[in-house]
Design a protein around this ligand. Structure first.
Ligand code: ARG
Length: 717
């Protein structure tokens, strides 16, 4: 028994130490130092400076952070930006009306004058990355853990101010390795962004939520925008006098095609991973948090779907919110399933066992795991409160609207300048709720509220309920379900928030007495107050306890495996991942090819199913095999392909680039068999799903009838 154990220990130790070639979201500044030789060996033909350079133009100058949640790439010298359809979705949907329905019908600007501005959109381009770890860590010395977050904000402010002084740049400091390192990113941010074109959503979202997070895939998931700048090529607010931005670099587009094993790299802005999570965190996610998020989202999705199925205008209004809630609803289902299947908990436990041996007798590390256990033991009983608040109570639109008046109520409690603060708070509420009322469906909301309250009642221990719960249960009804429905009906019948008019009337004549008597406000206030008083302190205590342990754990792992190159978790900062085009076997006896074709679109095509419908013109093009210069040698039209790159949400829209620095596709999804990928990169299963650039160009040129857009690019044939 003992022997097997130590052999197992040795094996897992070796496993941890092998550098997994394709795992890793690397900081571009460090590529030359850590990755360049390996990249070259895998097929990269560029110099390290062509990937990242501050003084000369390089690949990074063509990569944009797209609206904070996605990535895009510049593909012409006139600032043309390619990103995913699901990244442009919100803009496309909000530019659509029943009469001019570009979401359903697609759109291509015939000339620059037809491009459509969408206020509020922005893109940022990284100018410079700087390692500021020494500066930050020096200032953190002797700072107590509880004061650390505030101190960090102060240090960040100082560093970003210094970095941007006298320029129009913006800067951010990003924490890496849970606080073992810090990097400063300087950006140029553009805010005049216009829609150039999009395929119809039956192409851009083909396969819908059924196919989402899955391979084989047949989605033409792209849309196109253009960056505008002032005459000096500098960022400027929207103006008809603005001109297309001239980038320092744009990616050439390679339509020669790809084959398995080809080098492929992706540069972009991955949002969040948690690769150094403790086993305790996995357990909490699998057992409690993930299933709760899924069930709470399920309630919203079903109620919204009923509304959306009834008429087109309402569908257009709700579809972007629906898509984003559905996206992570399915994500959490998949993450839970795959964490179980791939035994992620055991993997983490094993790593911790190794760490414990290493840590034994080292004062800096020996208490880490015990402290983690203690932090989780204290926190676990209350862990769902936050989930219910964010995904439940505030998931009801009317509750969200009511909560916008918290600052108003708070202002009245303060003594100085009350009138001015009150005025400001009311104006802020008005601004914040504008969009909420544009997509407000009280009948759906009422159903959602009743079900969420009931779910809370059934799943949260009674001693954690807010006092209002007993009042709710006095509502009329034989069963609890009836009582919750009756209560929700009362709230929606009586609240001042039930219509935009009654709400605006209140803003004109505000009264704290009236607000406190409002059933919706009282409800949100009760739940939020319960959270703030009783559970937020637990969340804060947990974070304060776990923070230093996570930091020490990573530092210890680095000491334990000195030959391994570590990469930091994703944090919406610019990264690069490299690997190759690669197929996989999802399960025994099943092989998944590395690419899909238009044949597959036709196989899935089902006009009776909204998610698998396709435009008649696409079918005609398929039948006439009119694929032009975009077809493969076998005459078929490529649609999507997979690579073993390491990406996550936020990378959506990122360019897939070959060894010569040319664009071959754009990343848009992860695959089902590796949905646990944000926690552990599974070499066997993890793949990135990309649209083939040839499908993108075909859709612009042949389906969209906009060859002039393709003409703007630098094509490599
Ligand atoms: N899973 C994709 C991502 O997170 C988004 C796909 C959007 N499509 C959808 N059916 N909701 O990048």
């Amino acid at each position: 028994m003992k022997k097997i154990y130590s052999l197992l220990f040795l094996m897992s130790f070796l496993l941890l130490n092998t550098v997994k070639a394709d795992e890793g979201m690397w900081i571009p500044l460090l590529l030359k130092k850590y990755n360049y030789e390996q990249m070259k060996a895998k097929g990269l033909k560029l110099t390290a400076e062509q990937l990242y350079d501050v003084n000369n133009s390089s690949m990074k100058d063509a990569i944009v952070w797209f609206n904070g949640g996605c990535t895009g790439e510049i593909i012409s010298k006139e600032g043309l930006v390619l990103t995913n359809h699901h990244c442009g979705y919100d803009a496309i949907a909000s530019l659509s009306t029943k009469e001019d329905n570009i979401l359903d019908n697609g759109f291509w600007a015939k000339n620059k004058g037809e491009e459509r501005a969408k206020p509020g959109m922005w893109v940022s381009i990284v100018q410079k990355i700087e390692d500021v770890s020494d500066k930050v860590l020096a200032e953190l010395k002797d700072v107590e853990e509880k004061n650390r977050p505030a101190k960090l904000q102060e240090i960040f402010k100082k560093l970003t101010n210094e970095a941007t002084k006298g320029t129009h740049y913006e800067a951010q400091v990003r924490e890496m390795f849970k606080g073992n390192a810090y990097y400063l990113f300087t950006f140029e941010k553009f805010t005049d962004i216009r829609l150039v074109g999009t395929p119809p959503q039956s192409v851009g979202k083909f396969g819908g939520d059924a196919d989402n997070w899955m391979w084989p895939r047949h989605t033409g998931d792209f849309s196109m925008f253009r960056i505008y700048a002032n005459k000096e090529n500098k960022p400027a607010a929207y103006s008809t006098a603005n001109v297309p931005y001239q980038p320092k670099h744009h990616l050439p587009v390679n339509i020669k095609g790809i084959k398995e094993g080809d080098f492929a790299m992706i540069m972009g802005f991955p949002g969040r991973t948690n690769r150094y999570e403790f086993s305790q965190g996995i357990d909490l996610a699998i057992e409690k948090v993930n299933p709760t998020i899924v069930n709470l989202r399920d309630i919203r999705l079903k109620a919204w779907k009923e509304v959306m199925d009834k008429n087109v205008s309402d569908r257009l209004v709700l579809s972007a919110d629906y898509a984003s809630v559905a996206n992570y609803w399915k994500y959490f289902i998949g993450q839970t399933e795959q964490m179980k299947r791939l035994k992620v908990y055991d993997y983490k436990k094993n790593m911790e066992t190794n760490f414990a041996k290493f840590a034994s007798g080292k004062s800096e590390y020996q208490n880490v795991l015990n402290n983690v256990d203690k932090a989780y033991a204290d926190y676990k009983p209350y862990a769902l409160q936050r989930t219910y608040l964010i995904e439940g109570i505030l998931g009801v639109s009317m509750n969200g609207i009511a909560s916008s008046l918290f600052p108003y109520a708070n202002a009245l409690k303060e003594n100085k300048d009350t009138a001015a603060i009150v005025k400001k708070a009311l104006a802020a509420s008005l601004a914040a709720t504008e969009e909420s009322y544009a997509a407000f469906f009280p009948s759906a909301d009422e159903k959602i509220l009743a079900q969420i309250l009931e779910m809370y009642y059934n799943n949260i221990p009674a001693d954690q309920h807010p006092a209002i719960m007993s009042k709710i249960l006095k509502s009329k009804g034989k069963t609890n379900s009836e009582k919750f429905r009756a209560y929700a009906a009362m709230v929606f019948a009586k609240s001042i928030f039930r219509t935009k008019e009654t709400y605006e009337e209140f803003i004109k004549n505000p009264s704290i007495k009236k607000l406190k008597a409002d059933p919706c406000y009282a409800l949100v206030d009760a739940f939020y107050g319960n959270y703030l008083t009783n559970f937020k302190p637990k969340v804060d205590a947990f974070n304060a306890a776990i923070g230093p342990e996570g930091r020490a754990y990573i530092k210890g792992l680095m000491e334990m495996m000195p030959e391994k190159t570590f990469y930091p978790d994703a944090n919406s900062s610019l990264r690069l991942t490299y690997g190759q085009v690669q197929a996989y076997d999802p399960k025994d006896a099943v092989h998944f090819e590395y690419y899909t074709t238009l044949d597959g679109v036709m196989e899935k095509y089902n006009p009776a199913d909204f998610e698998f419908n396709a435009p008649q013109k696409l079918i005609d093009l398929y039948n006439s095999k009119d694929f032009g210069q975009y077809k493969m040698a076998n005459g078929k039209l490529p649609v999507a392909f997979i690579t073993n790159n390491d990406i996550t949400g936020g990378n959506s829209g990122s360019p897939v680039i070959d060894g010569e620095g040319q664009l071959i596709g754009l990343a848009f999804d992860g695959n089902w068999e590796a949905m646990s990928g944000d926690i552990v990169f599974d070499e066997k299963y993890k793949r990135t799903i990309n649209v083939d650039i040839r499908y993108v160009l075909f859709l612009i040129d042949k389906l969209g009838g906009a060859p002039h857009i393709v003409g703007e690019m630098s094509l490599i044939k």
